[in-house]
Design a protein around this ligand. Structure first.
Ligand SMILES: Nc1ncnc2c1ncn2[C@@H]1O[C@H](COP(=O)(O)OP(=O)(O)OP(=O)(O)O)[C@@H](O)[C@H]1O
Length: 316
């Protein structure tokens, strides 16, 4: 599939000397939902800002639907809608006029029917004539999304979309993202909330300390790196894990009522049969066994920690 966004060898060193991005390569497919996952300070906002022409990269090139974002920023930018982390609008304008103005800035012909639909989708219809300063924080965030969609962008960037957002806005946002995807809009969201990536994304990129550690189909990533957990509900609670069980590295949970075993779902030997035999040998009875997949969160933490450990190893 043809890329709608192509990021090639993009690095950014800020004036302070801080290297926020380090040779990032990324291809975004038309129509996908891509989650860029990384802890605070990983470089997510810097990358978005570069793609949107707000920050100049130190090196590298960016093509937005074939348009060079550095040499032809207007062409590139008009294809992008950006919902930034911070609320940035003219507080004295009304919701509807903000949207019309924003659409005009990108050189699009007026289309009130389209703007009205966006207002309705975001539950802003009743507020269309309100001044933005009169709205609640959640409503202001809705306005930011409406504004970003005003010029019918092909790519929508959502920078930390649900940070500090209430349940109803989150729900509306997911609905809206689903609808946009059906219409063929490409969506890129940055987040450090793993559930967000897990719920919505087709592919996930993990960034840490300015480096893109991996880009993978979400399903493949979860399968490849996924661990499973087995919870063993004990008949009799215990105060400590018996030394005979050391090799399984069990943890004691729920005030001694449960043993938890974490194993690699992909491994040839899970260690479960031998663990169960050992429990029987030791006369440890259990009422129930329950296995569950670990979440993308566990995978993410594993990955970042593993990378950090190997980097430290390289320095040492
Ligand atoms: N204008 C700037 N000048 C100097 N350093 C900056 C500037 N903007 C960002 N940084 C630094 O670059 C690094 C990456 O920041 P960035 O905002 O891109 O991270 P992020 O992944 O978006 O994090 P967050 O989720 O906290 O927004 C951070 O260490 C940050 O302090």
């Amino acid at each position: 599939m043809q890329s709608i966004l192509s990021v090639s060898q993009v690095s950014k060193t800020y004036g302070s000397g801080h290297k926020a991005l380090d040779h990032v390569d990324l291809e975004i497919r038309r129509g996908e939902i891509f989650a860029l996952l990384g802890p605070n300070g990983a470089g997510k906002t810097t990358l978005i800002s570069i793609i949107c022409g707000i920050v100049t990269p130190s090196t590298g090139t960016i093509l937005v639907d074939g348009h060079d974002a550095i040499r032809h920023p207007r062409e590139a930018r008009s294809r992008i809608g950006l919902v930034p982390q911070e609320i940035a609008v003219d507080m004295f304008s009304t919701v509807a006029s903000t949207m019309r103005f924003s659409r005009g800035l990108f050189g699009k012909k007026p289309d009130q029917a389209y703007l009205d639909q966006v207002l309705k989708d975001l539950s802003l219809w009743d507020k269309r004539d309100a001044k933005i300063m009169e709205l609640s924080g959640g409503m202001k965030r809705r306005v930011m999304i409406a504004k970003a969609l005003s010029h019918q962008p092909e790519i929508l960037f959502l920078d930390e979309p649900t940070a500090g957002v209430d349940v109803s806005l989150r729900r509306d946002m997911w609905k809206m993202i689903g609808k946009l995807r059906e219409q063929g809009t490409t969506i890129i969201l940055t987040t450090h909330y793993i559930e967000e990536a897990e719920e919505m994304a087709d592919r996930v990129g993990v960034i840490n300390k300015g480096q893109l550690l991996l880009v993978e189909e979400k399903a493949v990533l979860m399968k490849k790196l996924g661990k499973r957990e087995m919870d063993i509900a004990l008949v009799e609670p215990m105060t400590a894990v018996p030394v005979e069980l050391n090799e399984w590295h069990l943890s004691l949970e729920d005030e001694g009522h449960r043993l938890r075993y974490v194993f690699d779902a992909q491994a040839e030997r899970t260690g479960i049969p031998s663990l169960l035999r050992k429990l029987a040998d030791l006369g440890i009875g259990f009422k129930d066994l329950d296995t569950s997949k670990s979440s993308l969160e566990d995978i993410f933490v594993d990955l970042v920690e593993h990378k950090e450990a190997s980097n430290e190893g390289a320095v040492a």
